[in-house]
Design a protein. Structure first.
Length: 263
């Protein structure tokens, strides 16, 4: 199967700072201050760039360094609202932000389907995955199409294919889906079901996560130093960027370089 044509990683240089305006956040270990949804971040500059991008973590904004919109920001900016911006036309803001979140949902699902299409063991479901991917790409390609669906219902269309992939690769390890494993020390997670699990601050040093299902797992603050995630399933840039690792950590090849704060 040929790869999907879409960009599924954020390119902030081609966006109008949507993630710096649309979402809200509260003061915490990840954010240095409160910000209401629709309010531009105090560090967002007039050119839609972050004024402290090179020192976000040192400034108490680690939550920003782990965020990735799966390419939805540039898709909305360049294709759905070409030449228009919430900054230049405030009347666009509400709709543009809503479409950004909708496109992001679609792109995240495409991220998982792209992984399915690259897995040789998933060949029996490739045709279904490709059909779903084509449908989702069309949805995020025009405002009319995006407005014509309830994006909250889309995960239910994709998850059965992801379930079949887990079965096809033989992932039959510990059943820990949606378990609260925060702060736990765990080393053997081979083929584990960790879907939706809470692994906040978990000690996963040198852990084996080969073929583990990490769909929706919360890895914030998890210690992945020396861990093997090379063949883990459904890992996203957000998950690894929210965790801690080192040069020994093995990540899925499609993620590319390790997060900058790991080095």
């Amino acid at each position: 199967m040929t790869p999907l044509p879409l960009e599924l990683r954020a390119d902030c240089s081609r966006c109008v700072g949507l993630c710096c305006v649309a979402p809200s956040f509260s003061r915490s270990s990840e954010f240095a201050f409160d910000r209401a949804a629709g309010t531009p971040c105090r560090h967002l500059q007039a050119d839609d760039r972050c004024g402290i991008h090179d020192r976000l973590r040192a400034s108490g904004m680690s939550g920003c360094t782990s965020y990735d919109c799966f390419g939805a920001g540039q898709r909305v900016t360049q294709e759905l609202y070409p030449g228009r911006s919430w900054r230049d036309d405030p009347t666009l803001a509400t709709a543009m932000f809503a479409d950004f979140w909708a496109a992001q949902t679609v792109h995240e699902l495409l991220w998982y389907l792209e992984e399915v299409l690259a897995l040789a063991d998933a060949r029996p479901v490739h045709a279904r995955a490709r059909a779903l991917a084509d449908e989702l790409e069309a949805l995020s390609g025009s405002l009319d199409a995006l407005h014509g669906v309830d994006v909250l219902q889309l995960p239910a269309l994709v998850e059965p294919v992801l379930d079949e992939v887990v079965a096809l690769v033989g992932a039959r390890g510990p059943r820990l889906g949606h378990a609260d494993l925060s702060g736990r020390r765990i080393t053997d997670l081979r083929a584990a079901d960790l879907r939706g699990a809470l692994l906040l601050g978990a000690d996963l040093r040198d852990a084996d996560l080969s073929q583990a299902d990490l769909l929706g797992a919360d890895l914030r603050g998890a210690d992945l130093r020396g861990a093997d995630l090379a063949t883990a399933l459904f890992v996203t840039p957000r998950q690894v960027a929210s965790a801690n690792g080192d040069a020994r950590t093995r990540l899925p090849a499609r993620l590319g370089a390790a997060p900058a704060h790991w080095r």
